[in-house]
Ligand binder design. Structure first.
Ligand code: SAH
Length: 361
């Protein structure tokens, strides 16, 4: 048992079983032992590789997407570019470099990065030290500020937010918990009493053993962001692996060194995440009066933004890297790689035509 497992086991001995949400929060964010406290959580040497780490084109195209929406919305004088969960800072670095080709937009922005991990914040500060715009770091979305329209980017952020799981039993929906066995080892368990739960009609009837997942944190965040955009303009792009029309299922997963591992095996040593329920998020957006576009598949989104043209341009400039550039693009857009599994959801003000990359949906 590692040190964080022992700490969680002690907590359960004193306070009783933990919800999956509480467990995920401890595993990901413990100040000393949590997954995101480790320096090398993301990237080739970390647990997993994300789209901005695969190719510079990802951040560039997202940055230009923001500039284009800003232009479509009339080109406000001052706006804020926000990234939720910026990882190593790579996406923002590439986005700002691309945005420098739109000086009117670049001249009016400040950047706010929402990052819970001190370790990753340090890494982001290093990677963004040459940025030509003011950058501020905050720990949570509520500190981003209300004084100007927001353009929000979030890649693989929602999947890191805690989920709760409920399992259909003969008594009804019982919450999945983390408990301990007589030796103090962490085990999956179920709350003895059912939780009254309103499951959306879109999920259909639940058989015994069906698993219902909900991320209250993700839904609340998306709803708040949609309210802001409905009221003040701007836009948000959420990119993540997930599904739009779910039934039931357990999607909680742990990944260490690019491989799936047992969720309880080494808390803090592996990333914990769950598939994003985009259908639920779209319903949240619609309640606010903002407009949800998508989700569309990442491959079709990036092709719509011209990734193939950009790849050809980069290849002409770097003739020794043609294969690398092409392989990066393939990983991002091919249906058997990230192109289909990853989805893109845009949140826009109510009266707005489909943004670039969503024209076909
Ligand atoms: N967007 C990056 C990193 C994805 S990993 C990329 O694509 O490479 C998830 C990121 O979200 C990490 O930076 C992590 O520290 C941050 N994060 C996770 N939960 C968070 C929370 N509740 N509040 C703020 N940041 C969080």
């Amino acid at each position: 048992m590692n040190a964080l497992a022992r700490h969680i086991s002690d907590t359960i001995r004193i306070e009783g079983p933990l919800s999956l949400s509480a467990f995920m929060t401890m595993v990901l964010h413990d100040r000393h032992l949590g997954f995101y406290s480790a320096h090398e959580s993301i990237g080739a040497h970390g647990a997993f590789v994300t789209a901005p780490e695969i190719s510079q084109m990802f951040g560039e195209l997202l940055g230009l997407w923001c500039a284009e929406i800003w232009r479509m919305q009339g080109g406000a004088r001052s706006v804020r570019l926000v990234e939720l969960g910026p990882g190593r800072g790579t996406l923002m670095r590439d986005a700002l470099r691309a945005i420098s080709s739109v000086p009117d937009f670049l001249g009016g922005i400040d950047v706010v990065l929402v990052e819970a991990s001190c370790v990753l914040e340090t890494l982001q500060r290093e990677h963004l030290r040459d940025a030509s715009v003011p950058i501020r770091w905050v720990r949570q979305w509520s500190d981003v500020g209300q004084d100007r329209p927001l353009f929000i980017l979030a890649n693989e952020f929602l999947d890191a937010l805690p989920i709760r799981q409920f399992v259909m039993t003969a008594n009804g929906w019982c919450e999945r918990t983390i408990a301990t066995d007589p030796e103090g080892e962490l085990v999956l368990a179920l709350a003895p009493d059912p939780t009254p739960l309103a499951t959306p009609a879109t999920r259909g009837d639940a058989a015994l053993g069906a698993v219902y997942e909900i991320s209250i944190a993700a839904e609340a965040l998306v709803e708040e962001i949609a309210c802001r955009i409905a009221g003040s303009g701007g836009a948000a792009l959420f990119i993540d692996y997930g599904h739009a029309g779910v039934s039931y299922g357990d999607t909680l997963q742990a990944v260490a060194r690019h491989k799936y591992v047992d969720v309880l095996a080494s808390p803090g040593g592996a990333d914990l995440s769950a598939h994003v329920d985009f259908g639920a998020l779209v319903r949240c957006v619609k309640q606010t009066g903002a407009c949800a576009h998508g989700p569309v598949a990442q491959g079709s989104f990036l092709r719509g933004l011209g990734i193939e043209t950009r790849a050809r341009q980069l290849s002409t400039q770097n003739s020794t890297k043609v294969n690398e550039i092409d392989a990066g693009m393939r990983r991002l857009i091919a249906p058997d790689e990230m192109g289909e599994l990853f989805k893109v959801l845009a949140i826009m003000p109510a009266i707005s035509p489909p943004p670039p990359g969503f024209e076909t949906c």
